[in-house]
Design a protein around this ligand. Structure first.
Ligand SMILES: Cc1cc2nc3c(=O)[nH]c(=O)nc-3n(C[C@H](O)[C@H](O)[C@H](O)COP(=O)(O)OP(=O)(O)OC[C@H]3O[C@@H](n4cnc5c(N)ncnc54)[C@H](O)[C@@H]3O)c2cc1C
Length: 574
């Protein structure tokens, strides 16, 4: 069951205590409680995901964050690569975590990204081939909301119809969709991808999203379905913000963790629960290292400077954070059928909303991008004379183009209709960190992704912008594009645009990275156990040692499925 106060819990000791009812945490909670003899408590800082219509309506995703109760409302530290600007860093503060507020793109990324995880951990279990069964355990492929003929828009052989999270093609088409696909036929530089999730995503194709029956499918709607949540061995405590994990001394020479400290209600007094078997940290790539540092697990010198007693000296905690930036480009277009229309005409908005409420069809059933693609820099690019290629190989993009039929996030301009292409940097070489500067565990962490601090990263964004401009110069856009909003073509002009306007797309990973058992760095071993301690495992985006060259929720779901099996095996459970 789901409860809001500690007094409503039946007990204060469980086999497993999961910190964070987010994307990964709910997978683990659902899988572990398949065995009725195992008890699980999930501690989630946010509130319920149900009863909030905009959480369910796909096209309303841009207004769920920032500055809402469903968001942790973080900002980064001033970013040198962004001319000293701090930028917003949304994270879901709600059951389902970021899967309840994200933009629902379902992109597995290149197979070679997973093969690289297998190499880093020396565990073939993390390879693409060995993870595919877990990807399939997660995915439930369903028809799009409009039930259009989808043949040629995906490859059924790489999908599963028996998993848990709905995945579908866009259930409403925009006039630009056909222009985009036509351009992949007209311009050989931009190959057509029949299926973006076949493991080799270089090219442009139709977006696949965690949407089913016209509504958002999150880890809360899927893995915590009413059938799961009524299990007598599963409890979810909402409004419970974890401050620290506490050790109870040594077990066979290792420090053992089995107690979790958290608030009883928002801002309430701290209480403790214990885990008889394991604590599973699934608080995400910002909060997981934050909780570890608060608990004295981190770089000894840095913890001492703040005045936190070191329990475990692990200098890798919070380091190695890798993330994606995006630079938005717009063009003024010769059309009324863009998203601007929806935001300027309240009657149209209301009638579409009513249609969604009645039949779960229409424009509200889709996210903000029906087409997406990844591209590589040419192999003879000058940057490779001085910088190694940070991507996992020829199947991986260096940058992403994400197409929106208008402007999707407020503020909306008063006049004009637009085409937007967001240029994402998906194989960055910059690395940043998550750290703390306070002994108050409820103070926010310092988020310093160090965006665009390498020559490779700024070079690649410039080339991504040039590629986007070549794309809309294709014949399909003649008579459609009126003029670009951003001008400037020289490197220094593009740098002013990029450093002055780029933001994050909030895909951060690696802040508690997995490495080989004998690696000498890294936070968790290949079974996701925190190195050098007993009783503590991490299952969330923070263990992915390098951000995938794709939007990461598909990878997070897959690793959480495998992690659940690793935990079951470790404890001989069904
Ligand atoms: C606005 C936005 C749009 C995005 N769009 C996409 C997209 O289209 N496609 C895609 O693939 N990815 C997208 N992402 C990224 C993706 O959603 C995340 O990478 C992924 O969901 C992370 O999963 P996680 O389990 O690591 O963390 P989360 O899902 O964030 O879960 C962490 C959970 O822990 C809880 N928590 C944190 N701290 C504490 C604490 N101290 N005590 C108790 N509970 C705590 C949080 O409230 C949350 O519920 C987006 C992210 C955002 C924010």
């Amino acid at each position: 069951g789901i409860v809001e106060r500690v007094k409503d819990l039946p007990k204060l000791s469980y086999d497993f205590v999961i910190i964070g009812g987010g994307t990964a945490g709910n997978v683990v909670a659902s899988r572990l409680t398949e065995d009725p003899s195992v008890s699980v408590l999930v501690l989630e800082a946010g509130g319920l995901n149900t009863g909030i219509e905009n959480v369910s309506i796909p096209l309303q995703c841009p207004i769920l964050t920032p500055n809402t109760p469903f968001d942790w409302n973080y900002t980064t530290t001033p970013q040198v690569g962004f001319n000293g600007r701090s930028v917003i860093y949304p994270r879901g503060h709600i059951l389902g975590g970021s899967s309840s507020v994200n933009f629902m793109g379902y992109t597995r990324g290149p197979s070679t990204d997973y093969d690289r995880y297998a190499a880093i951990t020396k565990d073939p279990g993390w390879s693409w081939e060995r993870l595919l069964p877990y990807i399939f355990k997660n995915e439930r492929w369903v028809p799009p909301a409009d039930h259009h003929n989808t043949s040629g828009q995906f490859d059924p052989s790489v999908h599963s119809t028996t998993g848990v999270n709905f995945v579908s093609l866009p259930g409403f088409s925009h006039p630009i969709d056909q222009k985009i696909i036509q351009t992949t036929k007209d311009l050989p530089e931009f190959p057509h991808l029949v299926d973006i999730n076949a493991g080799s995503p270089v090219g442009i194709g139709f977006t696949q999203s965690t949407i089913g029956n016209g509504a958002r499918s999150s880890s809360a709607t899927s893995y915590l379905s009413p059938q799961v949540i009524k299990r007598e061995n599963l409890f979810v405590l909402l409004n419970a913000q974890v401050s620290r994990v506490l050790s109870q001394g040594d077990v066979s020479g290792k420090i053992s963790f089995g107690v979790v400290e958290f608030t009883d209600g928002v801002g309430g007094p701290t209480k403790q629960v214990s885990a008889k078997k394991e604590i599973v940290l699934s608080a995400g790539s910002l909060a997981t290292p934050h909780i570890l540092l608060n608990s004295g697990i981190g770089n000894k010198t840095e913890l001492e400077e703040i005045g936190i007693k070191t329990v475990v000296d692990n200098p890798s905690v919070g380091k190695n954070f890798s993330d994606h930036t995006a630079t938005g480009l717009q063009w003024l277009v010769n059309s009324n059928l863009t998203l601007e229309h929806l935001h300027r005409d309240p009657a149209f908005f209301e009638s579409e909303l009513e249609q969604w409420e009645k039949s779960k069809t229409g424009i509200f059933t889709i996210s903000t991008f029906n087409n997406i693609g990844w591209l590589r820099l040419p192999a003879n690019s000058t940057i490779f004379q001085s910088s190694p290629d940070p991507s996992s190989g020829l199947k991986s993009g260096h940058f992403e183009l994400l197409f929106t039929n208008g402007i999707s996030r407020p503020p909306f301009p008063a006049t004009g209709n637009f085409l937007s292409i967001s240029v994402g940097l998906v194989s960055p070489s910059s690395r940043g960190s998550i750290s703390i500067n306070s002994t108050n565990p409820f103070a926010p962490p310092l988020i310093n992704p160090q965006y665009l601090t390498t020559d490779f990263d700024i070079f690649t964004v410039r080339e991504g912008i040039r590629a986007a401009r070549r794309f809309v110069a294709g014949p399909a856009w003649k008579d459609y594009i009126i003029s670009p909003v951003q001008n400037g073509t020289k490197d220094d002009e593009l740098d002013v645009l990029i450093r002055g306007s780029a933001g994050s797309i909030w895909h951060g990973c690696g802040s508690a990275g997995m490495t080989a058992t004998d690696a000498g760095y890294g936070v968790v071993d290949p079974d996701l156990r925190v190195k050098g301690v007993e009783g503590l495992r991490i299952v969330d985006a923070s263990v992915l040692p390098i951000v995938p060259a794709a939007h990461p929720q598909a990878a997070v779901y897959a690793i959480a499925e495998r992690a659940s099996d690793l935990i079951k095996q470790a404890w001989n459970q069904k």
